[in-house]
Design a binder for this molecule. Structure first.
Ligand code: FES
Length: 81
């Protein structure tokens, strides 16, 4: 699907760039020329960035939880209930 009509940038290109570490709007603009003309695509590109940052944060929380000791986990679960 084409996200940026002005510059013919596809969703796949944007998501690939984000996965490769291009994780800011300015960097995506520089790398892909996305959102550099009319700007209509910028909210959708921002949504992709937000999704990436949210999933990264969830992953980091999972890793932190997994590396805690059993007693630390029990304490967090008791606190969450
Ligand atoms: S649609 Fe992306 S800059 Fe116009």
């Amino acid at each position: 699907m084409i996200v940026c009509i002005c510059n013919e940038v596809r969703e796949r290109q944007i998501k690939t760039a984000i996965a490769m570490g291009v994780t800011s709007m300015e960097a995506l603009k520089s790398e892909l020329d996305v959102a550099t003309c009319c700007g209509c695509c910028e909210p959708m590109v921002q949504d992709y960035l937000d999704e990436h940052h949210q999933s990264l944060e969830a992953y980091q929380q999972d890793v932190a939880f997994a590396t805690n000791t059993t007693s630390e986990r029990a304490g967090k679960l008791a606190y969450a209930v």
